[in-house]
Design a protein around this ligand. Sequence first.
Ligand code: PAF
Length: 288
Amino acid sequence: MAQTPTVIGISSEMTNFTQQAKSMGQRVGFVPTMGALHEGHISLVKEARENCDLVVVSIFVNPTQFNDPKDFERYPRTVDNDLALLAANGCDVVFIPETVSEVYPSGYQSFTLPLGNLENVMEGKHRPGHFNGVINVVSRLFEIVEPDDAYFGLKDYQQYLVVNQLIVQKKYPIQLHGRPTSRTGSGLARSSRNTLLSEEERTLAAEIYRILSLTRDQLNILSVEELEEKALAEFREHPEFEVEYFEIADGDTLESLNGKGSPGKNPMAFVALRLGKVRLIDNMFLKN
Ligand code: PAF
């Protein structure tokens, strides 16, 4: 039976809540989100529910990770619907900071981390400052929630690697879990921003999955350079797509495999494009 989660808006109350649960031997699972929840988020909540005693979800549209102010304004906000979904899927506590200063108290000093290649390629290159915003908010949320386990979707694969670096470098005692991208029947990767697409755009956006799958299926036939060229040519068939990048890169280091002569052990394809007013990203493991 659906049980209404406890909603907490004050950081210190959130910390007290989890500390008390942990003092009783409970394992705390955490799913950080920006709301506008969909099945992808819910699969993270379900995974946390299976592994942990207390499941905490945060909803906070973090202003510091938007390099485009219009994207921040347009970001969908659907709190009532989010709470209903969380109630139906076993979430215990929802942390919705009452004000931005609950996350960034006055005098908060933002920090940077050496992220190496991760901040120079793809999302790091095309969204300057984005990952710095992500590491600051995720570190604040980790410090407020103090989880044992944290769950992230692999659609934002580069973000997942960045959060892994955050955990390693800050020595947070947190187990990071990356969950497969959730897709609609057409293959479109679920994303909160999909609600901003028109019906026609959503249909067209399924091409992204088709082109990624085509790349995967031809890995043993074409070179990395040919695969990239072919994918870009496929995208160009649809003038509605404005491709920012399509890259085949190593899944562990995100180093481009173009010019390397072999796709190596863990090649992945990554794409970012604009469709109408919306920026979409997706990726695919090419060998498994
Ligand atoms: O992936 C997201 O929704 C956000 O980047 C996150 C991790 C909640 C930080 O604001």
